[in-house]
Write a protein of this length. Structure first.
Length: 699
């Protein structure tokens, strides 16, 4: 394979002298494209060869060690371990830079057991604290770049303008390489000016020197996937790159700022089992050692466990599904000579860090298989459980309660509040990583908790939120459901909310509302203790994967409608044939006929005087059961009375009598009457919606 994108950094290559590169190639073998170069070798030729040729495993390991150990932290680790292993002074050269020290250590450890141990231990130490960070962006569509040379010039000028405006200097070099259909952009640019205090060799005096470090940023665009992967030394420039590449390449600044690339929701839903079924060849166990979980605007928990983070989560009985996993660190066991696992950190919505970049493609495959990466998600559906502890921005409540939001505010169910942390604008899915600090009575600052996302001044409007007041919610639910009698007050540590008794004919039920997701352990006892001897009905605003042991009603939204709820209870408890048909009728049914009870209702009003067995009752019943199809007047007359032989007189008389009874009943309730039965062309037809279940034989 070619050198991974993050290792093909021209700045790092130029920091190693050409004589030392030649020494490394002499020891490990020269890349095919550099064969015969000798003293004429240049850094640019080395860079080109790394882009073109497939390096040996040992050369790839050497390049990786230059990146990992060729840093100030790497030098410190090497120095400490040399002392710890009592390696003689002078074994490695002292007066060389960090990059070159890493090369000397790599070459020396090949034939020195003590240095081999120092090398291995230093890599382990650095891998744990210094990971290579990628930022993935998915474009709005898969698209090829047109007129690439011209676009590269535009990119270079735009990056130069940005560097000058932001005080980053005026040095920019951009090169692009083809990589099996993808495009690799290498950007060398100056960064913020530094003025360290130094001592020059050969003098005793101290002085300041000014210089601008050169950063090598690497960007890869894959047209087949429409994916942009950014590897930048400074997190602050990632956002700029994502916008300018969209603007220059596709005339759309927001082209790469669409759907999140990473999601940890699968871990919240499936737990550790999500990590056990990746089926990626060459990969063994995958386990989570750290994670950050957020719930609402006031809770953020960091978990750490060296063997399995889910053990800590389960022992503390943390309901992951109620919040959001923002970050997770995994260990991935790769089948190779080294037994050290690859460390991978995923930060939603699009950041991935890998300890050993050579396994970048394999890590991507594992994350894809688990369902963490390349998950093109729509806006997640909220329910009352995921909104706990019920302090949310106003728009979140409006998306959930809809037009009822203002009514709930008026009723005191939702109370205005100011949030303590918010999600940064323009970074959907990043979590509430702006923690609010009050600067003055009128000024607030959202302090970012994540590298790469800047802090931001906030207004009172940015912090507007609503908080659900549970006792008021309890009263409101009882009111809209028409419940009377006593109910238990809510206990703040309970997931259940008692609503009281609901009577359906002679049957009585105790309604309890699942404010939070029921515990995975047996919850039947808690419900039955609350309901006593009355049959409990659990109202759930969200779906579950396990049963609670009692009758459950899944609500379409958090605010149940009385008639719909009664019908759901009747269906769940098999009472269809034991209660009046009026209770099971669809909402839009204006005419309801109950053959078993011998009753008829129009617009919910019982029509007194339409007695079962009479011609008017049978007339209404027959048309209701035939609807929307018409009935021939002769067939109707025959079904009303087989012995009569007077044409449709029987049907006309029955219709007249039925209309008289319906009109009287409606006018007594202040309602207007319209003839619901139409007669034309020898046919009778019902012109309003009817419900007439065939339950005459039910017990």
């Amino acid at each position: 394979m070619q050198i991974p994108l993050a290792l093909a950094d021209p700045v790092v290559i130029e920091e190693v002298s050409l004589p030392l590169w030649r020494e490394l190639f002499d020891a490990l073998g020269w890349p095919a494209g550099l064969s015969g170069k000798g003293d004429s070798l240049t850094h640019e030729e080395i860079m080109s060869a790394f882009q073109r040729d497939i390096p040996s495993d040992e050369l790839l390991q050497a390049i990786e060690s230059i990146h990992d150990l060729g840093t100030p932290e790497g030098r410190e680790a090497i120095s400490e371990l040399l002392t710890d292993r009592q390696v003689p002074i002078g074994t490695l050269p002292k007066d060389v830079g960090e990059r070159e020290l890493a090369v000397h250590l790599f070459l020396a450890q090949r034939n020195n057991g003590a240095l081999a141990e120092v090398f291995s231990r230093a890599q382990i130490q650095i891998h744990e604290g210094n990971q290579r960070r990628f930022n993935d962006f998915i474009g709005k569509k898969q698209s090829h770049i047109q007129n690439l040379p011209s676009k590269c010039e535009q990119l270079k000028q735009a990056i130069l303008d940005h560097c000058q405006q932001e005080g980053l200097g005026s040095h920019v070099q951009l090169r692009v390489f083809d990589d099996d259909g993808a495009h690799r952009f290498q950007i060398l640019r100056s960064h913020h000016k530094q003025t360290p205090m130094v001592v020059m060799d050969g003098t005793d005096s101290r002085a300041k020197i000014q210089f601008r470090p050169v950063h090598g940023d690497l960007i890869r665009y894959e047209p087949v996937l429409g994916r942009l992967r950014i590897t930048a030394r400074a997190a602050s420039i990632v956002r700029f790159y994502s916008k300018i590449f969209g603007q220059v390449l596709f005339d759309d600044e927001m082209f790469f700022l669409g759907d999140p690339v990473c999601s940890l929701e699968v871990l919240q839903e499936k737990g550790r089992s999500a990590l056990e079924r990746h089926n990626v060849f060459g990969v063994g166990r995958v386990w989570m050692t750290e994670c950050i979980w957020e719930r609402g605007d006031r809770e953020r928990l960091n978990f750490f466990h060296p063997h399995d983070c889910f053990e800590s989560i389960e022992s503390l009985n943390i309901p992951l599904i109620e919040g959001q996993l923002l970050q997770a660190k995994f260990k991935i066991q790769v089948i190779e000579k080294s037994s050290r696992p690859v460390t991978v950190t995923v930060r939603v919505p699009r950041q991935i860090e890998i300890s050993r970049v050579r396994h970048e493609d394999l890590v991507n495959e594992v994350l894809d298989a688990i369902g963490i990466r390349n998950v093109c998600k729509t806006v997640p559906e909220s329910d009352l459980w995921t909104l706990y502890p019920w302090r949310q921005p106003v728009d979140v409540w409006r998306n959930y309660f809809g037009v009822a939001t203002d009514l709930l505010v008026t009723a005191g169910v939702l109370k205005k509040t100011f949030l303590d942390s918010v999600e940064p604008p323009g970074y959907p899915g990043a979590g509430r990583i702006l923690h609010v600090e009050k600067i003055s009575p009128t000024e607030m600052l959202g302090v970012s908790q994540t590298p790469g996302i800047p802090s931001k001044s906030l207004s009172a409007t940015d912090l507007d939120g609503l908080e659900l007041i549970v006792p008021a919610f309890q009263r409101y639910l009882r009111e809209i459901l028409g419940l009377k009698g006593n109910c238990m007050p809510w206990q703040s540590n309970s997931w259940l909310l008692d609503l009281g008794a609901l009577k359906i004919c002679e049957y009585e039920f105790r309604l309890v509302y699942g404010l939070r997701r029921p515990p995975s352990s047996d919850s039947t006892g808690e419900i039955t203790n609350l309901s006593g001897s009355t049959a409990p009905i659990l109202l759930m605003p969200g779906g579950m994967t396990h049963a609670t042991g009692v009758t459950e009603i899944l609500l379409g939204n958090a605010l149940p409608e009385r008639q719909r709820l009664i019908q759901d209870i009747i269906a769940k408890t098999n009472l269809e044939g034991r209660v009046p048909a009026l209770l099971t009728a669809p909402e839009r049914a204006r005419l309801v006929v109950d053959s078993r009870l011998g009753k008829i209702w129009v617009d919910g009003i019982h029509i007194a005087g339409l007695d079962p067995g009479t011609h008017p009752f049978r007339f209404v019943e027959l048309l209701a059961k035939s609807a929307p199809n018409p009935i021939n007047k002769h067939d109707l007359a025959s079904q009303l009375s087989e012995s009569r032989n007077d044409g449709d007189q029987t049907a006309r008389s029955a219709k007249t009598a039925a209309n008289k009874k319906i009109k009287t009943a409606l006018e007594n309730e202040g309602r207007s009457f319209e003839d619901p039965f139409k007669s034309e062309n020898g046919l009778y037809r019902l012109i309003i919606l009817a419900h007439a279940p065939d339950n005459s034989s039910s017990g």
